[in-house]
Design a protein around this ligand. Structure first.
Ligand code: AMP
Length: 183
C-alpha cells in the first residue's frame, strides 16, 4: 500500500501517518523528520535544509526529490510506504508518480487531513518545535495554501483523494482514515 498524507501544519499528519504505518506494516517516511535529522549534521544538504526550514520555506524541489528518491529505493519500501509531508508541490507530485511508475507500482491513496485554522494554532502552540513560532507558522501556512493545496485537485482528478475530518480524538481520526482507505 502506498499512501501520501496532505494537510496544513498542525493537522495531525505525523501522528496519524505513524499510527497507520504501524498498522499496515509499511515504513513511515516523514520528509520533515528526515530533513530535521539532516539539519543536525554538517552536510551541505543539512545546512541548506536548516536555512529554509527555519524560515518556514519549502526546501527546493531538486534537494527534496533526491532525498526522497534515495529513500524510496531502500528495500524496506518494497512492501509499500506512507509518505508524510511529501509531496508538497506539483513538481514533487509528478516526480513521485514517475518514481512509482519506474518501480512498476502506483500511489493508492492521497489522504487529506482537514482542520480549521483555530485548531492548527492550538496544536502548534502546544508542540513547541523551533519552526512553530508564530511568524514561521504564518509562512508555513502560506506555503501550504499556495503550493500544496493545489495538489488536492491533482489527486481528485486521479480519483484517489480521501478527505478526512481531522477534528476529534486520535482514535476517531484513525478510524475515519481506515474506513476511507477500505481497511
Ligand atoms: P513538517 O515536519 O512536515 O512540518 O516539515 C517541516 C519543514 O521541512 C517544512 O516547513 C519544510 O521547510 C521542510 N519540508 C518537509 N517536507 C518538505 C517537502 N516535501 N518539500 C519541501 N520542504 C519540505
Amino acid at each position: 500500500m502506498r499512501i501520501v498524507f496532505i494537510g496544513p501544519p498542525g493537522a495531525g499528519k505525523g501522528t496519524q501517518a505513524s499510527r497507520l504505518a504501524a498498522r499496515l506494516g509499511v515504513p513511515h517516511l516523514s520528509t520533515g523528520e528526515i530533513l530535521r535529522d539532516a539539519a543536525q549534521t554538517d552536510s551541505p544538504v543539512g545546512k541548506l535544509a536548516a536555512e529554509y526550514m527555519s524560515k518556514g520555506y519549502l526546501v527546493p524541489d531538486p534537494i527534496i526529490l533526491k532525498v526522497v528518491g534515495e529513500r524510496l529505493e531502500r528495500p524496506d519500501c518494497a512492501v509499500g510506504c506512507l509518505l508524510d509531508g511529501f509531496p508538497r508541490t506539483m513538481r514533487q507530485a509528478e516526480v513521485l508518480d514517475e518514481f512509482f511508475r519506474e518501480m512498476g507500482t502506483a500511489l493508492d491513496h492521497a489522504v487529506e487531513i482537514r482542520t480549521d485554522e483555530e485548531e492548527i494554532i492550538r496544536r502548534l502552540s502546544a508542540r513547541g518545535r523551533s519552526d512553530d513560532r508564530p511568524d514561521v507558522v504564518r509562512s508555513r501556512l502560506q506555503s501550504y495554501w499556495r503550493k500544496t493545496w493545489p495538489l488536492l485537485d491533482y489527486y481528485r482528478n486521479k480519483d484517489i483523494l480521501r478527505q478526512i475530518d481531522g477534528l476529534g480524538s486520535e482514535d476517531e481520526v484513525s478510524q475515519r482514515i481506515l474506513a476511507a482507505i477500505g481497511n
